[in-house]
Each structure stands twice: as C-alpha cells, then as structure tokens.
Design a protein around this ligand. Structure first.
Ligand code: NAD
Length: 354
C-alpha cells in the first residue's frame, strides 16, 4: 500500500492507495459515530466489517440523479436525527457523484464533520475524491452549489475496481491521461507503453496510475486549494469544452468520455494559437484511440446540438466577465494558461469540434 500525505490549507489529508486498504486502515482512523453514504451498486461489506461501530446507512443511486440538493437535505436530516457531532464521521463510498453529494453534506452539517472518502470508480480515485471540491446540482443545473472541504482521509482500495464496468474504468483513464498531458510526461509515457497491462487491470499497473495521479492532483491542490490563483485551473484541461459536451448530451455520457473530446479540442485550439506542439496533438489522439476513448463528437453515443453546447460554454464557471481562462498544453507534461473571450472560444470550438 502507498500513502500520500499532504498538508492542504489548514488540514492534513492522507490518501491510502492499494488493494485491501480499507481493511488495513479504516479501523485505525475512524473513532466516532459513522454515517455510511454509499452507492447502491457498491457492496458495503468491507467497510462495515472494518469498522468498530455499526454505521448508519444512506443509500443513493449512481449517476447525476443522486447529485441533487434534496439528497443533501435528507443526509443532513439523518445526521441531526442520529445526533451526530463534529467529531463524528461521514464515510462516502461510491463514485464521483456520490463523493460530491456526501462531501457537500459533510462540509455543511454543523459547518463540517469528519469526511472519509472511499472512491469506488477509477475516476473517483484519480480525481473526484481528491482535492476537496464538492458540488451538487440544483434545478437541473450541474454543480451549481458546492464547497471546498478537504477530506480527513481518502482510501483508494483498488479492490473496488474489480466490479467496475470496463466503460466506466476507461472513462476514468481519461483523467489520468489528462495529468500526463499537462503535468507528467512520465505518467503519459507509462500509459502509452503499458496499455495492455492497464486495460487488463494488472494490479501493479493500476496502483501506479492511481498513485501517480494522486501525487499530481494533490501537488496542484496544495498550491491553490481554493482555485484563486492561476495554478489549479490546470486540472481543468479538457473540461471547459468537456463540460459543455456533457451538458449538451444532457449528462447521458460519462464525465471522462466528454473530457477526452474536450482535451483534443483544447489542444487543437492551442495548436491554432501556436503554443501547442504537434507531438502533443498526435500523441494525445493516439493514446485516446489506444484506450478506446473518443476524439471527436461523432464517436459519442449521444447526439450533440452545437447550439446547446455553445450555451453551456458561455455559462462556464471559470468565466470572468467576457473571458475564460483555459489551460493549454505546450509540450508533453507542460501547460500555460490562456485567456480567451467567449466569442473567440465559440469560433475556436466550432473549428476544433467540426
Ligand atoms: N469533485 C470533484 O473534484 C470532481 C472531479 C471530477 C468529477 N466529479 C464528478 O464525478 C461524477 C462522475 O463520477 P463517476 O464517473 O465516478 O460516476 P458515478 O459516481 O456516477 O459512478 C458511475 C457508475 O458506476 C457505478 N459504480 C460505482 N462504483 C462501482 C463499483 N465499484 N462497481 C460497479 N459499479 C460501480 C455507479 O453506481 C454508477 O452507476 C460527476 O458528477 C462529476 O461532476 C467531481
């Protein structure tokens, strides 16, 4: 098992990565009442067996339908009824949608109780469960309400991936590829050369990818925990266009799939403005194909109306006035921020997605 420890803002976060990590560490780090918030597809057995106390349970479906403010209210009501105090724990067991809901509820109940994330999707392990961002949807608007709240601990027990459908596993790899493109050439090369092992879920290969992604994400979050500077936006590579694609499909495709298309489009924008090397574009398209990820809109299992996509693009959360800051890859493993007006971005996206 690998342990990553990072002091982020005013709290200390420990991330445990390895098969059997829940059994190894959960009992040692949890010493209060527990509300286990879990996805219905995930077996609670290992968590329940590893705890000293019998947890209360709150079960949610997978996907965006769970990320609703109503669910947050229900979790808070349960915490109150069971007399949870700040020293007590919410354990979030599930994919990125689950850790978003449970994390947000944990961050606002009594202004915050202890949160342990146990991500069960690859996307959760390499991205969503790390870094302290939580958000839920309101009136159907994605991630419109949320908070920054660092978890007490994250346990990425790779055993959970055994039951994850291959489509979801591959969607998670898009985020690992993202770290490779803009931050970590070594990770990119590893993913490029070892696709058979990664896709075959070889234990060492998956542990390497999750551990390395964790290091990349926490190193960035530590420098800019509240996304106030110009550092954390790098994690948004592929997401400006990706989120707009997701919204235009009414969230019917996995997040990572939309990010894959977004990364290609944003690297082509970089090429058009003369900052992205041809190697980045070529190798990115290559690696996405190797992993069976889409590189363009027509490879998606959903129809996308460009007008819906542009509407979503204009509502990007990183928009300041008429401009959006997007991270653009320069050479493999490096990036630069780029300020672009919404109207210029529309023209650029029309070209790169067309
Ligand atoms: N907070 C953040 O920093 C952050 C970052 C990236 C993404 N996200 C959010 O994460 C969400 C996407 O996360 P996701 O891709 O993990 O989706 P998800 O949580 O909806 O999980 C995908 C599917 O896999 C199922 N599942 C989960 N674990 C399983 C397991 N071990 N075995 C079998 N099935 C399992 C779920 O029930 C669901 O149907 C989006 O809402 C996105 O906005 C948040």
């Amino acid at each position: 098992m690998k342990i990553v420890e990072e002091s982020i803002c005013c709290s200390n976060t420990r991330v445990y990565v390895g098969r059997g990590a829940v059994r190894e560490v959960l009992e040692k780090i949890v010493d209060g009442n527990v509300l286990l918030v879990r996805q219905d597809a995930v077996d609670p057995k290992y968590v329940v067996e590893a705890l000293r106390v019998k947890p209360y349970e709150f079960v949610l479906p997978g996907g965006e339908q769970a990320k609703d403010v109503d669910m947050v209210i229900q979790i808070i009501k349960l915490l109150y009824e069971k007399e949870f105090q700040r020293k007590d724990y919410v354990i979030a067991l599930g994919g990125g949608s689950l850790t978003d809901v449970a994390g947000f509820a944990a961050s606002i109940y009594m202004r915050g109780l202890r949160l342990v994330n146990i991500p069960t999707t690859l996307l959760g392990m390499v991205d969503a469960a790390l870094g302290g961002k939580n958000a839920v949807n309101l009136y159907g608007i994605k991630n419109i309400v949320g908070s920054f709240y660092q978890p007490h601990a994250v346990i990425s027990d790779l055993m959970y991936l055994d039951s994850l459908p291959q489509k979801e596993f591959i969607a998670g790899l898009a985020e690992a590829i993202k770290y490779g493109v803009v931050l970590d050439r070594e990770l990119f090369e590893y993913l490029y050369k070892n696709s058979a092992e990664v896709l075959g879920r070889d234990h060492d290969a998956v542990e390497y990818v999750v551990h390395r992604s964790t290091l990349n994400k926490l190193a960035i979050v530590k420098q800019d925990p509240y996304e106030l500077g110009r550092v954390r936006i790098v994690l948004n590579y592929g997401h400006t266009v990706g989120h707009a694609v997701e919204a235009a499909t009414k969230f019917s495709i996995p997040h990572g799939i939309a990010v894959a298309v977004g990364m290609v489009c944003e690297s082509l924008i970089g090429r058009a403005i003369g900052v992205t090397s041809i190697e980045v574009v070529e190798k990115l398209i290559d690696i996405l194909k190797i992993y069976g990820l889409p590189t363009s809109l027509n490879e998606l299992d959903a129809k996308v109306e460009l007008e819906d996509l542009f509407k979503a693009l204009a509502r990007d959360k990183k928009r300041y006035g008429d401009h959006i800051h997007i991270p653009i890859p320069t050479s493999l493993g490096f990036w630069t921020p780029y300020r672009i007006s919404v109207s210029e971005l529309r023209v650029a996206v029309e070209k790169c997605l067309g």
